[in-house]
Design a protein around this ligand. Sequence first.
Ligand code: ADP
Ligand code: MG
Length: 764
Amino acid sequence: MHTQTYRVKGMHCASCSAIIEKTFKKVAGVQSAEVNYGTEKAKVSFDPSQTNPHALSKHIEPLGYSLEVPVTAEEMGMSADEHAAHLGLNQSKKEKLAEIADMGTKVAVSIPLAIFSGFVMAWEILAQFSVVPAVPYVWSEFFHHILPIMATYMLFVVGKAYLRGIYTFLRYGKANMDTLIGIGTSVAFMYSAIVMAFEESLRQFINVEHTYYDVAIVVIAFITLGKYLEARAKVKTGDAIEKLLNLQAKTALVLRDGQEVEVPVGQLAHGDVIVVKPAGKIPVDGVIVEGTSFVDESMITGEAMPVQKSKGELVVGGTLNTSGSFTFKATKVGSETLLAHIITMVEEAQGSKAPIQALADKISSIFVPAVLVIAFVSLGAWLLVGTQYLGFSQALSLGLVSFVGILVIACPCALGLATPTAIIVGVGKGAKEGILIKDAATLERLNKVDTVVVDKTGTLTKGKPELVSIKKYAELSDKEIVAILAALENKSEHPIAHAVVSYAKGKGYTLPAVESFGAIKGKGIKGTIDGREYFAGNVKLMTDLRLSVDHNAIQKETSNGSTPVFLSSKDQLLGVVMVADAVKPEAKEAVSKLRNMGIRVIMLSGDDKNTAAHIARQVGIDEVIAEVMPEDKLNTIKKLQSEGRVVAMAGDGVNDAPALAQADVGIAMATGTDVAIESAGIALLNGDISKLVKAITLSKMTMRGIKQNLFWAFFYNIIGIPLAAGALYPVFGWLLNPVFAGLAMAFSSVSVVGNSLRIKAMKL
Ligand code: ADP
Ligand code: MG
């Protein structure tokens, strides 16, 4: 099964996405299809032996759409690099801008025409009531001959897409928004043309003075204007990706035979030594080999303060060096870099569908045919019932107005934009803050979270523990204890391990060679040095080995928040070192903010009970579950869920993966350049719990925006249809003019997109 996302061309409305989805799903070999009107992308899973993107595109082309299938490097006879440069991630955006410019020209032509005909129309109505003097006969004749010409231009040139909508409907039975507008405006046009052509013979049946060319002109003009504004705003919702793309450096200074050579980033390879000058951009991910500097990582992590970096530390591509200079070795290039991952993630998340959208999708897919039926029923009702009271001529005229009005106002356009635009803005805003969200569903679920379970290390604490004291129980020197311990820990990834190793390295100790190293889950590690087997880890590990530990001796340190790491052989306790990890300064405030949101905060740690309790007290958490094995972390989450709680779990994503996956929302605290998002729904770059608070706030904001959008879109359609049908006519003699229907229709889409854009400016 092959899953790929393509840009879809030719979508004009939300119901288009439903039509395309349905069409794809019927194709043999297609497993699933998800089409998003917001991003204009289609994600299709298909069996490549049965179908291919070109064939898929062929299925929708008769309906007026197509898939933009990227031509492969091979087909173009290019190298992979040339191909990448040729395609450029900005390609679809450029096309979009060209499309918008084209729409702009249409607007520039049609708005003056609309104003002109609107003016004439208004004047004539006012003249009927003698508010203004009647138009001189010659002028009136002139207007009535120029209106059909203008209307012809509007319908057949500016409104071509809408006519196409009628064609697809007649030919394939698929109705979309364009169909509604198309039928509405062309009925107004055709009625007027018939009246004009057979003026004399129709005079006895209907009011031949009354034509609807102006309706066709104004409606098409407003809708085109609405689409234009909508498209412009939509481009703005997606500019987060563009900003990320612009972070990418174009070239890098590489050291080749002692010479600095400028090389395009696309040609960088692993191990290249790259020079970064003051105020230079860091081109790819790597490790500093020489020099020290402060690096501004705000564009990736959202952290405003520049971070000091020296030898051995990681630098991230796309970030900005400040005043120092340094050289670093490239470890990740091209699509492996953190920035590249972030870009693909944001793109995928923006294109994904939130569950809340399912209802809107369902409604818009049955909406169009339903509205067609309503429009015809309303026309029929006017003719049947209206004729009895108003006479045929008047009833036909009102019936037509309501027919056109319903078709125009009922377009489910705003409904289709409500969710995706807010998701695009929300996900993009998150990325700017170093909050990476896997998909829209996660963002939606986060909003419902009522319990947050946090891992201690790295989430509440800095995750960079330091060795603070050494105790020995045997005839070994401190130096020997540390050297053995560091040799073992050198093979481990646990934060504790880094503390011990960097202490030993700082002292300049040489580490003996270790054989048959192994990790003991949730307890520690073991390994053989010079034929003797050693163990390092917590009290549990010592208890397993049947070695007794004097708890009182370490009580004081653990109560201060230090973690004991015992070193032993199979039958003898050799020593213990204490490792301390400082609490993050912002953790306390973040915990209290979560509490204020009504969220229950629980700390979960594999660490010593005393140590964990001390840290918890410092940050204001009163529920602590300590000394848990990794699988018990999973069970803790399950238990909370069985109590009906919606749980978010924040952890480092390494040994917490099962728990992160089990939680309703898994939040990975990403360090360095690895984003362990696979098991998690959200990754917080260089994150702590305060970023988690921001993520929850973002989710609440986005969901609120979506709900507002959906409410207005529904409200507007629900109110609009009966108004247009003439429900108020018998009471007030009031009928919605199709011109206002067009205006309202345009306004609703623009206001939905505008409301989504508002999320961008809100404070997290
Ligand atoms: P946590 O991530 O909450 O610390 P872990 O399951 O990773 O939970 O580890 C549980 C405990 O096991 C640690 O607190 C520590 O005491 C011990 N431990 C794990 N790995 C190591 C190691 N490499 N060196 C020493 N102790 C370790
Ligand atoms: Mg852990």
